[in-house]
Design a protein around this ligand. Structure first.
Ligand code: FDA
Length: 392
């Protein structure tokens, strides 16, 4: 193995492979290193095994970052349609599930295979099961690895975030940024289920597996999607989305009847079908198991005609909106992403190169740019990978 390269990329995930392909196509001699035993493990497990590889409605507003403008340049130069063109070129069948989310028809491994074929055609060398012990910079970058010493003119860090450590996630990228004097913003788990304790956990366990369409609100951000009760607390797309905006101790508003007003519903029923039971009425809009559990003894057999105005006020206060303070999140163990990371102030938004350390690049999730649920995180990985690949 010749130990000198134009570009070494650490991390054979979505961003690293995309960057390698782009640089290889430009004639660069590229080596990609990964400590895991295979490439693209998160791609393989993504989208329930079908990889939600992009979102057609990607805009900068779909991303969280201390600098919301940073992602604009890369995203505008490599769009979801560019990635779709690549997918189509490889004959991979896909479909739009909802809200612009594109998934493979068959399996996520189609995307990994596509990236491997492209890498090979671009002459990229990939090594897995490789440990990087130390990185130094003299005129070039000197890497001490389990493959021996390696040298590169340019070094790209694409080691991702901290979520799902069992899949190879590590804090390596953050540590390396600090080693070179770059600021790293505090990290926390994002797109992650909430955990509950005590009586609220007992409720969740009773309802485990039940889902409902809700509007989840926290810090003025609103997501209208499904909520899922679990044996640990709450999950489902609405909860994952709002979790990225939630801070410990804060309350989350969960409107179980979005776009409907409970009081008007009950009042209309009192006029038009006064003999209907409250639980029968509510079950027309909410999951039956939730209504049964919630209505308990107090409301069980009450007809809407028998409800007083006070009852209706109490009803509304109890469920619209249902305000809840989560006890915590499931953390990096199950989080889809890591919020925070390498401070975008340190990087060029056009090339992802460090402003302080020429030749050093950070791409993908290790950077403080985190997408909403729905294919946005991969689109950031592709776009930031291409941005660096065009420059290295
Ligand atoms: P990524 O994590 O993909 O790759 C980093 C690579 O670096 C890994 O191969 C790792 O082994 C390697 N590495 C780490 N430390 C190293 C070290 N010290 N030395 C060498 N190599 C090292 N997003 C989306 O848009 N659509 C979706 O459907 C999903 N679904 C999904 C499901 C689940 C369960 C998770 C956990 C995440 C998702 N995501 C997602 C998020 C998406 O997977 C994530 O944002 C991207 O994979 C990030 O791409 P990166 O290339 O930056 O990191």
């Amino acid at each position: 193995m010749n130990s000198r390269y134009d570009v070494i990329i650490l991390g054979a995930g979505a961003a690293g492979l995309m960057c390698a392909i782009e640089a290889g196509r430009r004639g660069r001699r590229v080596l990609v290193l990964d400590h895991a035993n295979r490439v693209g493990k998160k791609i393989l497990m993504s989208g329930g095994g079908r990889c939600n590889f992009t979102n057609l409605h990607t805009t900068p507003e779909n991303f969280l970052s201390a600098n919301p403008h940073f992602c604009k340049s890369a995203l505008s130069r490599y769009t979801p349609w560019d990635f779709v063109a690549l997918v189509e070129q490889h004959g991979i069948a896909y479909h739009e599930k909802k809200l612009g989310q594109l998934f493979c028809d068959h399996r996520s491994s189609d995307i990994v295979q596509m990236l491997l074929v492209e890498s090979e055609q671009a002459g990229v060398e990939i090594r897995v099961n490789c440990q990087v012990h130390a990185v130094r910079r003299a005129d070039e970058f000197l890497l001490d690895t389990s493959l021996g010493p390696l040298v590169a003119a340019r070094l790209v860090i694409a080691t991702g975030g901290l979520s799902i450590p069992t899949m190879g996630a590590s804090g390596f990228g953050y540590d390396l940024a600090r080693q070179f004097g770059l600021a790293v913003l505090p990290t926390r788990a994002g797109l992650v289920p909430f955990t509950l304790k005590g009586e609220r956990l007992s409720w969740s366990r009773e309802l485990s597996g039940v889902s409902a369409d809700v509007a989840a609100t926290c810090n003025e951000n609103v997501f209208r999607e499904n909520l899922l009760w679990t044996h640990r607390g709450l999950s489902g797309p609405a909860i994952l989305q709002i979790s990225s905006y939630w801070r410990p101790g804060q309350a989350v508003d969960l409107d179980l009847l979005p776009e409907l007003d409970l009081v008007s519903l009950v009042e209309e029923a009192r006029r038009e079908r006064p003999r209907i039971r409250l639980r029968t009425l509510l079950a027309e809009y909410l999951p039956r198991r939730l209504v049964d559990l919630w209505s308990g003894q107090r409301w069980r057999d009450r007809k809407v005609a028998d409800l007083s105005s006070r009852d209706i006020d109490q009803l509304r206060a109890a469920i619209q909106p249902w305000q809840l303070t989560p006890d915590g999140t499931e953390g990096y163990r199950t989080a889809e992403v890591t919020l925070g990371g390498v401070d975008t102030e340190e990087l060029s938004s056009r090339t992802m190169e460090s402003k302080k350390v020429p030749g050093l690049y950070f791409i993908g999730e290790v950077v403080d740019v985190t997408g909403h649920l729905g294919g946005f995180n991969f689109q950031w990985a592709w776009a930031s990978g291409v941005a660096a690949g065009q420059q290295v």
